[in-house]
Design a protein around this ligand. Structure first.
Ligand SMILES: [Zn+2]
Length: 213
């Protein structure tokens, strides 16, 4: 899952508009941001298997970012750090961090451990049905953005920044899904970080547009 995770970012921003949108965007992908760093460092590992349906990723070793216990750990850490800046509303960011694991549970093939080394791996495997999976991702994000736009209207904020961000994310999602030779694991991690950086940067532009009103 890539753009679907951002449905949680948008929902948290709609519920707690005082939180900066860039932080909501980063929170929903925090586990994958750390994952990309650990793939880069060779601590967590993946295999690229061209021909696997939906995603060429065989994510056979990611205990420190994508086990259930690790997801709870990073969510609590993010909440504690964010609390210093944004007070009690920061726990909504922690919820966005944890939502990542729940969404991954839906789409991943069984590769999510309960705790590092637990052996049992979970994943409902929606990736095996790529067309349905992409529809679910785009649909979740679209619904969340529609709700956010209506909340923005109530607060006197225009729809345009939110819709612009949504369209940019859809474009990133399409580019991400384009068929092609998968890069190396390190290249994959770099591309993932670039995508997250763009999404967060565009989120910051929404914050900037909103702050000028
Ligand atoms: Zn993930």
């Amino acid at each position: 899952m890539f753009i679907g995770h951002f449905a949680a970012s948008v929902a948290v921003k709609a519920v707690r508009p005082q939180l900066p949108f860039w932080a909501c965007v980063g929170a929903a992908q925090l586990l994958d941001i750390i994952w990309a760093g650990l793939i880069w460092a060779g601590v967590e590992r993946l295999r690229l298997v061209p021909g696997l349906p939906g995603s060429p990723l065989d994510l056979y070793h990611m205990p420190y970012t994508h086990s259930l216990v690790a997801a709870i750990f990073w969510s609590v850490c993010a909440g504690l750090v964010a609390r210093l800046r944004w007070g009690v509303a920061a726990w909504w960011l922690a919820l966005a961090v944890f939502s990542h694991w729940v969404a991954d549970l839906l789409v991943h093939r069984p590769d999510l451990e309960l705790w590092p080394g637990s052996g049992l791996k979970l994943g409902l495997g929606l990736w095996n049905l790529p067309a349905l999976e992409m529809l679910v991702e785009a649909g979740l994000l679209g619904l969340a953005v529609a709700w956010w736009v209506s909340r923005r209207a109530e607060a006197g904020l225009p729809a345009r920044p939110a819709i612009g961000w949504f369209l940019a994310l859809l474009l990133l999602g399409v580019i991400n899904a384009l068929p092609g030779e998968p890069p190396t694991p390190a290249g994959m991690a770099a591309l993932a970080l670039l995508g997250f950086g763009l999404a967060i940067g565009l989120g910051w532009l929404v914050d900037r547009a909103d702050s000028k009103r």
